[in-house]
Design a binder for this molecule. Sequence first.
Ligand code: SF4
Length: 458
Amino acid sequence: MSISKLSHAEAAEQFIKDEPRTDWHDETLWFVRQKRDKAAHGLPEWEKLREWASQIKDHTLSNLDNYLKEFESKAQDNGVIVHWAADGEEHNRIIYDIITHHKIKKIVKSKSMLTEECGLNEFLHAKGIETVDTDLGERIVQFRQEAPSHIVLPAIHLKKQDVSDTFHEHLHTEKGNNDPQYLTEAARQHLREKFIESELAITGVNFAVAETGGFIVCTNEGNADMGAHAAKIHIACMGFEKMIPKAEHLSVFLRLLARSATGQPITTYSSHFHKPREGQEMHIVIVDNGRSRQLGRADFRNSLKCIRCAACFNTCPVYRRSGGHSYHTAVAGPIGSILNPNIDMRANADLPFASTLCGSCSNVCPVKIDIHDQLWKWRQVLVAEGYVDTTKKIGLKGMAFVLARPGLYRFAGKAGRAMMRMFPWLLNNKLNPWYKQREMPAPPKESFRDWYIKNKQQ
Ligand code: SF4
């Protein structure tokens, strides 16, 4: 899997070079957003559900230590082995130890953004252990050695022709045949074999229930169930924010999750795991990896309410037109831009700036995270901590200086309009990043202020 080393702006510049693909990406995700709207508007109690979900998560985060302990003890009573990992490295080592202890050779994995965050596939690959991703989209990007570009639709950046070429290369399907049914059947046959051979299955966790010690994995393909039921060992990996107090709270979250993610009334498979079946071994790895730090940041604590529905991705005009890989992190999009600076501020300092701050993300978020406010707050933290480049700092300081002086502001406006009229090439040239993708507007004859003063008596 390759994650881009370019900044968001640089990688986005590459992505938008292919204009038809960019338009198609934009429209496809907008279509998912519209499906979400239709499903949400179909439920009169939608806003109530959002409010409940937000409050349940607030309460859980405030009592997380107790709920985690309760979950651990109930899971252990159920015969599950519980591990705690402080970071991605420890998470990977725990899984590696289980694999080597049992001398496992064949591993299947269903979609888990946490294992992407921890770089599990690469870690195991470096040790000579291959893991087969069984979610169709994940398998496609795994063949292509790419990272998922979306947390729900990992291969959304690819067209069916790309999938056909990939399958032709790896599964020897007919060259040029891009019939979705034919390609899906080829994937089904290929993955069926992997499931049958597998000795160990790794899954993610969507929700962990403190009162029962059980956990829920949601998939549309049934691949988590298939993997967990065919293999002798099941390892479930979860960030500690997946906790909810009671089983009855699932009715709130499951209704919100599927509708927000894809506009479906319910995810096709919501599988409830409680204990290992006879002869099986079940492990849960609970991971921190910076989450405690985020919990302690008052302005950003709410980001841990996220249920990874990706509604904020699908609505974001920047995500839709820059593609998931431009975010160079496992979790992209607006929520990724809040979570990732916490993990590595220097490496991810560009991400909170990849937003128009339009607020559409906060508007659709099923757990009411104030996403755009947090993006704006991260910008302030990054400037204060010195992670913003000098040009941007000088530019913003200059702008603050002018905006604080009305006389100077008026003069600058007048001079700017005159310059744009007399020397348009000063702005309309390739050195101006704005001009690269936009036509500069024709300068108005007068400012709004002048127009207003002239017309206010009418
Ligand atoms: S931040 Fe909200 S909208 Fe975005 S993925 Fe998380 S729950 Fe969904």
